[in-house]
Design a protein around this ligand. Structure first.
Ligand code: F6P
Length: 467
C-alpha cells in the first residue's frame, strides 16, 4: 500500500457493483454487498449497480436517497441477465477465477452481452459523475467498466477491487478474449486484490502477456498507463459482529437451536450454494467423522446453511441436486430416531441470527475449494464467546487463511484432513482454543472493514491528488 499521508475523505465516493443489497439499508448475503454497505454507510456517497430486477431496455436509473447515501440502480433486460450475469460472468469468469476451467462454458453471445451491459452501465452512471468523485468499481462483472467510462470522456482516476481470486497466467489464457479483457482492465488506476497470490497472478499477466514494466512499489507501466496494484484484504466490523453475537446469543432463535441440540456439539457451515465452496467434500468429511470416531455418534451435529444462488445456471442446479443426495445419504445411513447428524438448510438468515448460531457452535467449518476472502470465517471468529470460544477449521484456499493462521488450516482436497481437523477441534482444550481465538481477533481488529475502506480510498485519493 502507498505510504502516508492519510487525507481525510473530502471527495464523494461513488461505488459501482453488480449486486446491491436486496432491501436498501438492510444487510444481505454475499460478502461484497455486506462489506460495501458498511463502507458506504461510514463515508456516504452513491452506490450504483443492477437493481436485481428484470425490466425494459433503456429505462433511466432508479434513484433512492437515504440522506448520506444514494442508491442508483438500473434493471437488466432478460437477455442482458442471461448473457451478462448467468452467462459470461457466472459461467466463464466465475469458474475460471475459481480455478475450475473444466466448468467454463464460453459463448460469444454471452461475451457480447457482458460488454454491452458494461457499456450500458457506464452510460447510465456517467451523467451523475463530477470530476472530483472517487469512483470505485467492484468485482469481475465489471472489468471493462473503466474502458467504457473513458470512452465517454471520464478522465479521473478509477479504482477496481476484485473480491474473487485472480487466476495464474496459464489459467487466464483459457479465456478466448483474455487479452482484450486485460487490456480493458488497464484503464483502472488502482487495482486491489484480496491476497498476495491474486496480485501476483495479475502482475505476471501484465508483464508476460502485455509487456508491462514492473516499476516496483506496486506500480506497473502497462498499455501506456501507470497502474497501481496492491493487496487490501477485506475485513469485517468486529465490534458490530461481536455485539450482534452477544445479543443474539440469548435470542429466541438461538435458544431454540440450543434446545434442539440437547448438549450436542454443533459444527456449523454457512455458504452460498456454490460449487466453489467445497460442500460435497465437507459432507463426506463429516460422514467420515461419524464413521471413524464412533464417540461422535449422537453427540455431534453438522448444520450447513446454504442459501441457493444463481439458480438458473446449470452448474448450480447440479451442485444442488448432488448435495441433496449426499445429505439424504448421510442421514439415511446414520440418523437415529432422536438424532439427525446433518441439518441441511437452503435458507437465508440475517446476519444477527447467524452471529447467534455461530456463538452456539463448537466448530466453524469453512472449507472452500477456492475463495477470494470468505467473510464467514471472520464473522464466525468475531461471534465467539471469549470465555469459551470454538475452533475454526479453514481451507488453505480461502483468502482468509493468509490472515487467520491460528485456525486449523486444511487442504479440502484431502477429505480426511477435514475429518481430522473436526475431531481435533472437538477435543481441543479450552486454553488452546482461547489462545488461537485471541490471536485471530487481534488480526481481525487490525485488518477490519474500516482499514480496508480507508486504505483503499486513501490510495485512490492520493492518485487523484497527484493528477
Ligand atoms: O464476492 C463474489 C460475489 O460474486 C459478489 O460479487 C456477490 O455479492 C456475491 O458473490 C454473491 O453473488 P451473486 O451476486 O451472484 O448472488
Amino acid at each position: 500500500m502507498l505510504p502516508k499521508p492519510r487525507p481525510v475523505l473530502a471527495r464523494r465516493l461513488v461505488v459501482v457493483s453488480n449486486r446491491l443489497p436486496a432491501e436498501r439499508g438492510k444487510s444481505s448475503t454475499g460478502g461484497l454487498a455486506v462489506a460495501v454497505q458498511a463502507a458506504l454507510e461510514q463515508s456516504g456517497g452513491i452506490w450504483f449497480g443492477w437493481s436485481g430486477h428484470i425490466g425494459e431496455a433503456g429505462a433511466p436509473p432508479h434513484i433512492v436517497d437515504t440522506g448520506r447515501l444514494s442508491y442508483a440502480t438500473v434493471d437488466l433486460t432478460r437477455q442482458d441477465y442471461e448473457e451478462y450475469y448467468n452467462g459470461f460472468a457466472n459461467r466463464v469468469l466465475w469458474p475460471l477465477f475459481h480455478f475450475r476451467s473444466g466448468l467454463v462454458e464460453f459463448r460469444r453471445p454471452d461475451l457480447a452481452g457482458y460488454l454491452r451491459v458494461n457499456r450500458h452501465f457506464a452510460a447510465s452512471l456517467a451523467p451523475m459523475l463530477t470530476p472530483g468523485d472517487l469512483v470505485w468499481v467492484h468485482d469481475y462483472h465489471l472489468i471493462p467498466f473503466a474502458r467504457e467510462l473513458r470512452s465517454l470522456g471520464i478522465e479521473q482516476p478509477i479504482g477496481f477491487f476484485l473480491h474473487t481470486p485472480f487466476p495464474p497466467v496459464e489459467l487466464l489464457r483459457v479465456l478466448p478474449n483474455h487479452r482484450d479483457l486485460m487490456e480493458a482492465m488497464c484503464q483502472y488506476d488502482l487495482v486491489g486484490f484480496q491476497t498476495e497470490g491474486d496480485l501476483q497472478g495479475y502482475r505476471d499477466y501484465l508483464v508476460r502477456e502485455l509487456g508491462a514494466k514492473d516499476l516496483g512499489g506496486g506500480r506497473l507501466l502497462a498499455m501506456g498507463r501507470l497502474i497501481r496494484a496492491e493487496v487490501y484484504p477485506i475485513g469485517i466490523d468486529v465490534d458490530v459482529v461481536a455485539e450482534n453475537a452477544l445479543a443474539a446469543g440469548s435470542s429466541r432463535l438461538t435458544r431454540r437451536l440450543l434446545e434442539s441440540l440437547r448438549d450436542r456439539d454443533l459444527i456449523i457451515g454457512v455458504d452460498r450454494l456454490d460449487y466453489s465452496k467445497g460442500l460435497l467434500a465437507r459432507f463426506e468429511a463429516f460422514e467420515k467423522l461419524i464413521e471413524i470416531y464412533p464417540e461422535t455418534r449422537g453427540h455431534v451435529t453438522l448444520m450447513q446453511i446454504a442459501p441457493p444462488t444463481r439458480s438458473e445456471v446449470p452448474e448450480y442446479l447440479e451442485i444442488r441436486r448432488t448435495l441433496e443426495a449426499a445429505a439424504g445419504h448421510i442421514n439415511g445411513r446414520f440418523a437415529e430416531f432422536d438424532w439427525t447428524p446433518l441439518r441441511y438448510l437452503n435458507k437465508t438468515f440475517n446476519q444477527r441470527t447467524l452471529a447467534g448460531f455461530f456463538r452456539a457452535s463448537r466448530i466453524g467449518l469453512v472449507t472452500p475449494l477456492r475463495d477470494g476472502m470468505n467473510l464467514v470465517a471472520k464473522e464466525w471468529v468475531a461471534s465467539q464467546d471469549p470465555n469459551d470460544p470454538g475452533v475454526l477449521v479453514l481451507s488453505c484456499f480461502a483468502g482468509a487463511a493468509a490472515e487467520l493462521t491460528e485456525a486449523l488450516i486444511v487442504n479440502p482436497v484431502d477429505r480426511l484432513a477435514i475429518t481430522e481437523a473436526m475431531q481435533h477441534g472437538l477435543t481441543m482444550p479450552l486454553v488452546e482454543r482461547q489462545e488461537r481465538w485471541g490471536a485471530m481477533m487481534k488480526t481481525l481488529r487490525r485488518n477490519d472493514l474500516t482499514a480496508w475502506r480507508e486504505n483503499y480510498v486513501r490510495d485512490l485519493g492520493a492518485i487523484s491528488a497527484g493528477k
